[in-house]
Design a protein around this ligand. Structure first.
Ligand code: TA6
Length: 299
């Protein structure tokens, strides 16, 4: 469907509009609770700002690329059907983040909460790196809170090994003044040290250098505390026992064409994942849903 088809199909929803921003369909949602921007390229939430808040929850690079085959640096990229490097060199974080998704369903409930379900066109039809068949949908619930559910159904007759993440880029006042609570007791694999397994820090995480870690066995509730913006974001995960924390810091930021040199100050990724030993095995005909809710509260 093209943008005119979506406009016609969802014409009765006053809180939803469509534009062709940056060459791809964008869905704008504006309700009494929040404003949300979703790109069909990547099936990616780019912006979520509750009406009660002065700042967006999500960061997006001013140098982000909007091209089929490339990920958009910011918002909530979907890493699927693998997280990180592919063992046979098929590129980072799978291909779902760089394909154009379709809208399966879009409704506004009686309370004014908008729910949209996106679907990835048959993966085997969009990418020759993928020989398996699976259905992938992303449900996004836009209200006072933002909830996402990424559901994979193995439609093949072979078991499916799935690793994935909702690679969320949070906007922050400054990297020097935020910290993360809820990961103090977890060991982690440190990508900066060739995935060395490191002991728990026993204290909240404050970032003062490049951080690229897969925390293992993580608890469902993690908090991103930002005293300067007087807010904290509660991240509540379901069906995830691994969490990735990433800030590229100075040198890595300079190496990325789609990320400005100074932007490491204003973002941190906290990614709800099924990564490393938390990868899942889906028997034929079975499904798995990775889910997360983001809730902002005042400090
Ligand atoms: O999730 C963390 C990470 O895997 C980092 O290692 C870093 O490279 C980042 O994702 C961004 O990856 P990208 O392919 O979007 O540049």
């Amino acid at each position: 469907m093209n943008i005119e088809d979506y406009r016609a199909k969802f014409a009765t929803l006053e809180s939803v509009s469509f534009t062709e921003g940056l060459g791809f369909p964008l869905v704008h949602i504006r309700t009494r609770f929040c404003e949300v921007l979703i790109s069909l390229l990547g099936g990616q939430v780019l912006s979520y700002q509750p009406t009660s808040q002065a700042h967006d929850l999500l960061f997006r690079s001013r140098q982000a690329h909007f091209e089929i085959g490339k990920g958009i640096k910011g918002g909530i990229p979907v890493c699927w059907p693998w997280f990180g490097e592919h063992p046979e060199g098929h590129g980072m974080h799978g291909f779902a983040r760089s394909c154009v998704w379709q809208i399966n369903r879009l409704i506004e409930d009686d309370c004014g909460v908008v729910e949209i379900e996106l679907g990835l066109p048959q993966p085997d039809a969009v990418n020759d790196q993928w020989v398996q068949t699976a259905d992938l949908t992303l449900s996004i619930r836009c209200g006072k809170w933002l909830s996402l559910g990424l559901r994979t159904l193995n439609t093949s007759d072979q078991p499916l090994v799935l690793s994935q993440a909702l690679h969320t880029y949070f906007a922050i006042s400054d990297i020097s003044s935020v910290h993360i609570e809820g990961l103090e007791s977890q060991s982690y694999l440190d990508k900066v040290q060739q995935f060395k397994r490191c002991d728990p820090s026993r204290q909240p995480i404050a970032v003062q250098q490049e951080v690229d870690r897969i925390y293992e066995g993580t608890a469902p509730l993690i908090k991103l505390v930002d005293p300067q913006w007087q807010r904290q974001i509660e991240i509540t995960a379901q069906n995830s026992a691994s969490t990735v924390v990433w800030n590229p810091w100075i040198e890595k930021a300079r190496l990325m064409a789609d990320f400005a040199d100074d932007e490491y100050h204003s973002m941190i990724c906290i990614e709800t994942a099924n990564a490393a030993s938390d990868a899942r095995l889906l028997a034929p005909g079975t499904e798995h849903q990775l889910a997360v809710t983001y809730r902002v509260t005042a400090l």
